[in-house]
Design a protein around this ligand. Structure first.
Ligand code: FE
Ligand code: MN
Length: 377
């Protein structure tokens, strides 16, 4: 059985007919009887549905904590300075391989962010019944829109012909296969299936696993690493910064997906059979194989200061991290992150507050004008 990560940061005390909750220095006063009733009706799936998004009283504390974390990481793509990226892009100082990686990043993520946003909305959020889980999921959908907007910022700043780039990638077999593999189980789930049936609950669990652990948690990372490695060499730093922020968002999406999955299994132990666990491992195995094909297309030879072998190991490393976090058996022997510098980049970024750093970026940026500071708060 998997370990349930519940960190109750919430204090609860009774006061007459009220119950008082304290969470992160905020106090909520609720009617005791009504609160108890709502709490009893809360389930990941098949719980009480209410038109009002009744987050209180919190049952799934971790989802609300992740929501707060997501909100604290808020960023805006179109104020990121792209002047240095522009002059480098228009110079002859970038190799063809480096250009290819940037184009691949734009081409792949333009479709991938849409697939994630659409699936979280129509498959995951739609089937959840507990308000705080829906609430956090809705925030994730908003972040996928920000990620799509960041691609628009890149496309317009570099004056890339989107149709040309998209057309270039539509026919790359590894991208086609990767997207088809992740979306193949979605149409049925979008129709609204009976989630009281074990086999259907398993389909739902597999969709959450596929989107958040395989796609966001494994298949996004190699291309992230390639682009951040360019940034590390002081190339395309505006794009690098946007990808750093995106990666930081993805780590919350992965955590939220894992948490929902854990709670779902906890409430519906009939899902978690040996066969189903094996099915998830096999699904990840297929996702890893497709991702390795994709890496070989992106980086057919060692370049941008990195070796193809390291990238292939990085795919294994991330896949195993996702599997073991759910108590599932791992697939490879890679135990160490081949890109330790990347962990550092992600960690440092967590310390950086977008709004504190943005003022300087705004002042030094030639591309950002007429931005009202108040618009963003
Ligand atoms: Fe995203
Ligand atoms: Mn995401």
């Amino acid at each position: 059985m998997i370990e349930i990560l519940e960190k109750p940061e919430i204090a609860e005390k009774e006061e007459g007919k009220h119950v008082i909750y304290t969470f992160q220095n905020r106090t909520f006063r609720l009617d005791k009887e009504k609160a108890r009733e709502r709490l009893q009706g809360k389930r990941v799936i098949n719980g009480l549905r209410s038109a009002e998004l009744n987050v209180l009283p919190l049952k799934y504390h971790e989802a609300y904590r992740i929501y707060k974390q997501m909100k604290a990481n808020h960023w805006e793509p179109d104020v990121i300075d792209m002047t240095k990226d522009c002059s480098l892009w228009n110079s002859n100082k970038l190799s063809n391989r480096e250009r290819w990686i940037i184009e691949m990043g734009v081409g792949y993520f333009s479709a991938a962010e849409g697939i994630v946003g659409d699936s979280v909305l129509h498959v995951i959020e739609d089937n959840l019944t507990a308000a705080e889980l829906k609430h956090a999921s809705l925030r994730q959908i908003a972040e996928e829109s920000i990620h799509m907007d960041s691609l628009l910022h890149i496309i317009s700043s570099l004056n890339i012909d989107l149709d040309e780039v998209t057309a270039k990638f539509q026919d790359i077999p590894s991208i086609k296969k990767k997207n088809a593999y992740i979306t193949r189980q979605m149409p049925e789930l979008k129709m609204g299936i009976d989630l009281t049936v074990t086999a259907n609950k398993q389909k739902f669990a597999k969709a959450i696993f596929g989107i958040t652990q395989v796609m966001e948690g494994t298949q996004f990372y190699a291309l992230f690493a390639m682009i951040l490695s360019l940034q590390r060499q002081n190339k395309m730093t505006g794009i690098g910064q946007m990808f750093q922020y995106t990666l930081r968002d993805e780590s919350n999406h992965i955590a939220l997906g894992r948490y929902i999955l854990e709670q779902l299994i906890n409430e519906n132990p009939d899902i978690w059979t040996d066969e189903f666990q094996q099915e998830l491992v096999e699904f990840m195995r297929e996702g890893v194989a497709l991702e390795k094909e994709f890496v070989q297309d992106c980086l057919p030879e060692d370049s941008v200061g990195l070796t193809q072998k390291d990238f292939l190991e990085y795919v294994d490393y991330n896949a195993d991290r996702r599997l073991s976090s759910l108590g599932l058996p791992t697939l490879s022997n890679v135990k160490q992150n081949p890109f330790l510098w990347l962990d550092e980049v992600i960690f440092l970024k967590k310390e950086k507050n977008f709004f504190e750093t943005r003022v300087t970026e705004y002042q030094t940026s030639g591309s950002v004008k007429n931005t009202n500071e108040d618009d963003l708060i």
